[in-house]
Design a protein around this ligand. Structure first.
Ligand SMILES: [Zn+2]
Length: 290
């Protein structure tokens, strides 16, 4: 089925009390494993390309792979741009068929961020594309940018921002971080609750790798409807190849090696989709968003 807009997908997930898993593909096979995992569980899935991945493959290859996979699949899939900072890249995603884009000008002053995010909402909405935007800076390593300071989102700013913009998802700095956690993350549950109450916008949880199940379930209950998993995937991507080669050092059939990697990735995706409550939501969701 054709790719679907993020907005109705997350509105429905939030209303039903589950979260949609969002994964960052690194190649065609990892993208294919995402769709296969979602299909096996009859679940929606968000496939999100980082700017780095777009710069590596180009827009055309990614949208071509994605269309081929999604259009031959019965499950609702969203193609999203993760942490879009460059307006030309965002515009090109909207023009070429992404069904969701993130504008992340969270490192700019509030008014500049709001004005630019508004510009993106206008151009995206006209093309039936959903928008995620962020205020506050999420700790950790995000592409090549390192946010050193923990800068949590101000709930007053969040309320104004979400009232002014009709967003599919709101990303806030609530204590989670990109990358692997070195200690126990200090997730600000009270802040998540307050932001959700005051914005009434589905929240995107960044830095989902390494959070305990208890933390995840609590975040979903408080209104997080999109959970990003990237670091986890990178590790399984590399480790599955290394492990396979260690176990079978004489196997130089690339497709068998890649097959082992694909199987490991698909298991990771299935476990995350199921953990976030996406199992058996696919067909029901389709009847509402198609
Ligand atoms: Zn992020």
């Amino acid at each position: 089925m054709p790719l679907v807009n993020l907005k109705p997908v997350l509105a429905e997930a939030k209303a039903q009390g589950y979260a949609v898993a969002a994964f960052n593909p690194v190649d065609y096979a990892s993208m294919k494993a995402m769709i296969a995992a979602a299909e096996e569980l009859n679940a929606p899935v968000i496939i999100q390309t980082s700017a780095k991945t777009i710069n590596y493959y180009g827009h055309a290859a990614l949208i071509g792979w994605m269309r081929e996979l999604a259009e031959n699949s019965p499950i609702p899939a969203v193609l999203h741009l993760d942490h879009g900072k460059d307006l030309d890249m965002i515009r090109k995603c909207v023009e070429l068929g992404w069904t969701s884009v993130m504008i992340d000008w969270s490192d700019k002053p509030f008014d500049t961020n709001l004005a630019t995010s508004r510009q993106v909402v206008e151009l995206a909405t006209a093309a039936n594309v959903g928008v995620e935007a962020e205020i506050g800076q999420i700790h950790g390593v995000e592409d090549d940018m390192v946010v050193e300071e923990d800068y949590l989102t101000d709930p007053n700013e969040a309320e104004i921002f979400c009232r002014e913009l009709d967003l599919a998802a709101f990303a806030a700095a609530i204590g989670t971080a990109h990358g692997y956690y070195k200690g126990e993350p200090k997730v600000a549950f009270g802040l998540i609750e307050e932001i959700n109450r005051r914005t009434n916008t589905p929240m995107a949880l960044h830095g989902g790798t390494g959070l305990s199940d208890e933390v995840i379930q609590k975040c979903i209950k408080l209104g997080c409807a999109k959970i990003n998993i990237s670091t986890n995937l990178k590790h399984v991507f590399i480790d599955s190849l290394v492990d396979y080669h260690r176990e079978k050092p004489n196997d130089y059939e690339p497709l068998r090696v890649l097959g082992a990697q694909y199987a490991a990735l698909k298991e990771l995706f299935k476990s995350k989709i199921a953990q976030f409550g996406g199992t058996n939501r696919g067909s029901e969701l389709l009847s509402k968003v198609a």
